[in-house]
Structure formats: structure tokens, C-alpha cells
Design a protein around this ligand. Structure first.
Ligand code: CP3
Length: 358
């Protein structure tokens, strides 16, 4: 017996045919106003997030329980009605799924048992990524029905280089020295690790798209730590392979890259990876991005998140000047990095009002 009519949900409209403002901008089509969303728009600056976080227990329980993950994804949309919602999860679910458990300790950030040898890389379990992350796909399926009609759904993953820094250092680190020495010194094992992460990321993002993600973003937060030659090998090349595989399996689903802190190398990244959108950090001049990057792809960014802490006229003036520089080409307003926990939610409301055009 087939499902009863009340259980049927309509087939979602493919990203390439959607009229959502965020997807239009990524497709380089004209929009009535620039779409916007904010990196880390769900998180500790919101009291309602902190309340769910307490109920959930551990941070990974929050990521792996669809009831909670759907709720915290929707929280900023209810308050500010951004043009896109980003799946609530973390870039470190990939090491967790590969069998390198991750613990999030209050005030200290993520902690992992470091992987520093070819033998340790060989012990990772590559076959179980999609099974282990099944709750994330359920979260996406529910979001696709729960989100307002005009809000796009973004999936994401960390880029291989950035995820590898956490796996090798055992958490955050000031200079990623151990990872860099392994990568740059041509010792065995590192290339295998990156190859595994490329495959895992393709599987993970493909499954996110199958579950309803309409665009995906690759966070390469520590790309700027690499020398120029290493940048090509460990940031651009793995990203190029991921983009090519995703384009093959899901043509029409836009990919946004965020290689943070790479300066003039943003241009090489855009040219060589094939991304549809480039998220720029706050150090990049919007005028330079408009002249150099926008002819090639959509640009996203780049208000410094500290402006959202100070608020007021300084924040509004800076946002207006970024809008002015970038609004003539394909553009998505965002921050140059994630919202910080000290941000007063009222300041996000003031900025959102400006971006809504009121
Ligand atoms: O709203 C969103 O943007 C979606 C969710 C999201 C989180 N992390 C939730 C999170 C996204 C897209 C990320 C990406 C992420 N995670 C990155 C890349 C972007 C960036 O900010 O550079 C990185 C490097 C991580 C790894 C990570 N996760 C760290 C270093 C930490 C601890 C430091 C911190 O900011 O808290 C996390 C934890 C984390 N990920 C939190 C959230 C909301 C805070 C956890 C808590 O509630 O205690």
C-alpha cells in the first residue's frame, strides 16, 4: 500500500530552478536586493540557543539530534528572516565519523586524540561516513519542509586542509605547526589523509544535497596559514576535486568556497577550483573583489564580525559602504567570519533591517 495523501510531501524545486533570492544571486541572475545571511548565525549569542544547548547535553548531541538541530537552525531565521539558513552541525563531524572521536569542552574548544603518522591515518574508517551522519541528513529533510518558502537551505563541510589541522593538532592551535611540517616535509601519510578527507567530503556533501541542501559551502578557515606553494597543493587542489565531483553528481547546485585569509590568492582559488561563489574575509577590499572576483563568480562577505558587537552608526556605515561596492554584481551580503558570542542580538536586528531595505 502506498503512502496516504496526507503523508506525501511535494518534491522540492531543484536549486537551479528556484526563484529564492540567495540562489538567484549565486546563479549570477539579477535580484531585487542583495540576499544576506551570517556565518555562525545560530549560536551562543542567542539566549534561545543557549537554552537548547543546555537541554541537549553535549555539543555533538545537539548536532546529531534532529529535533534540536532543526530548532537551532530556525532560531535566527525567526528573529531576522535571513535569505538562507545554514544547517546546524560542525566541520568536525567528519573526523568523528571517520572514527577519531571529538569532544567539545566548555571554554577550550574541540579536543581530539591527535593523528600524526601514516599508521594512524590507515586506522581511520572511511566507509562509515554517510551512515554515521544519518541524523544530519534527517535534519536537512525536516528543514526543507519547515523553512519559509523564500529561505534557501545551505549545507556545509570543512575543507580537507582545515579539518586536517584539527585532526593532526588534536584541536585548535595558534600556528598549525605540526600539520604544516607534516604537509610541507613530504613525510608519508599526510597526502593519504587529505585524499580520505576529499572522498569523505564528497560523500557527505552529496548526501546533504540529496537530503535537501540547495547550496553548499566549504569552510577553509586556516587556508591563510599555508605558504603559496602549499596553498595550491593542500587547499586549491583538494577543493577543485571536491567541486568537480559535486558538479558531476549534482549539476546546478552551487558551491561556495571560503579560503579565509589568502589575500590576492582569492583570485587563483576562484579560477582554479571552479566554485560558484567566493566568501571573502574582512581583510579583502570590497572594491578589489568587485573588480577582480565578481566578473568570475558571485562574491559573499565581508563585514568584520566585531562591527556587530559595537553596533551603531559605525556598523551601519561600514555595511552600506560594502553594499555599495558590491551590489552591482552578483553578491550575497555576509560577514568576513562568524558571529562572535559577545554580539548583542539587537545589533543583528538593526543590521538585518538595513539589509531588508527598511
Ligand atoms: O550557524 C552556523 O554557522 C552553523 C553551524 C556551524 C558551527 N560551526 C556551529 C558551532 C558552522 C558552519 C561551524 C563551522 C566551523 N566549526 C568552523 C569553520 C568556520 C569558522 O568559524 O572558522 C570551524 C573552524 C569549526 C570548529 C569549531 N567548532 C570550533 C573551533 C569550535 C569551538 C570554538 C567556538 O567557536 O565555539 C566549535 C564549536 C561550535 N560549532 C559552536 C557552534 C555553535 C559552539 C559550541 C557551543 O555551543 O558550545
Amino acid at each position: 500500500m502506498g503512502p496516504s495523501p496526507t503523508q506525501e510531501t511535494p518534491e522540492p524545486v531543484p536549486a537551479s530552478q528556484s526563484d529564492k533570492r540567495f540562489l538567484q544571486a549565486l546563479a549570477r541572475r539579477p535580484v531585487d536586493r542583495p540576499p544576506f545571511w551570517f556565518m555562525r548565525q545560530a549560536g551562543r549569542y542567542l539566549p534561545e540557543y543557549r537554552a537548547v544547548r543546555e537541554t541537549a547535553g553535549g555539543f555533538l548531541d545537539l548536532c546529531y539530534t534532529p529535533d534540536f538541530a532543526v530548532e537551532v537552525t530556525l532560531q535566527p531565521i525567526r528573529r531576522y528572516h535571513m535569505d538562507a539558513a545554514i544547517l546546524f552541525a560542525d566541520i568536525l563531524v567528519i573526523p568523528d565519523a571517520l572514527g577519531q572521536p571529538v569532544a567539545y569542552q566548555a571554554g577550550e574548544g574541540p579536543v581530539l586524540e591527535p593523528i600524526r603518522s601514516a599508521a594512524a591515518v590507515a586506522r581511520l574508517q572511511t566507509g562509515r561516513v554517510v551512515d554515521h551522519l544519518a541524523p544530519v541528513f534527517e535534519t536537512l529533510r525536516r528543514l526543507r519542509t519547515d523553512l519559509p518558502d523564500d529561505v534557501a537551505l545551505i549545507g556545509f563541510a570543512g575543507a580537507p586542509w582545515t579539518v586536517a589541522t584539527y585532526m593532526v593538532e588534536g584541536g585548535g592551535s595558534p600556528d598549525h605547526a605540526v600539520t604544516k611540517r607534516w604537509a610541507l616535509g613530504n613525510e608519508p601519510g599526510f597526502e593519504t589523509l587529505i585524499d580520505m578527507l576529499v572522498d569523505a567530503t564528497v560523500d557527505y556533501l552529496s548526501a546533504q544535497i540529496d537530503a535537501g541542501a540547495e547550496a553548499v559551502q566549504l569552510f577553509d578557515t586556516w587556508a591563510g596559514a599555508l605558504p603559496a606553494s602549499g596553498f595550491r597543493r593542500w587547499c586549491v587542489e583538494p577543493t577543485r576535486r571536491i567541486v568537480a565531483a559535486l558538479k558531476d553528481a549534482h549539476p546546478g547546485v552551487p558551491v561556495i568556497g571560503f579560503p579565509r585569509g589568502v589575500g590576492a590568492n582569492y583570485l587563483a582559488y576562484v579560477k582554479e577550483t571552479g566554485v560558484d561563489g567566493i566568501s571573502i574575509d574582512s581583510s579583502v577590499s570590497p572594491a578589489w573583489a568587485a573588480a577582480t572576483l565578481q566578473p568570475l563568480c558571485a562574491v559573499q562577505g565581508n563585514l568584520d564580525p566585531q562591527y556587530l558587537v559595537t553596533g551603531g552608526d559605525a556598523m551601519l556605515a561600514e555595511a552600506r559602504s560594502i553594499l555599495e561596492a558590491l551590489s552591482d554584481g552578483p553578491y550575497v551580503f555576509n560577514l568576513g567570519h562568524g558571529i562572535v558570542p559577545q554580539t548583542p542580538p539587537e545589533h543583528v536586528a538593526v543590521l538585518s533591517d538595513l539589509l531588508h531595505g527598511s
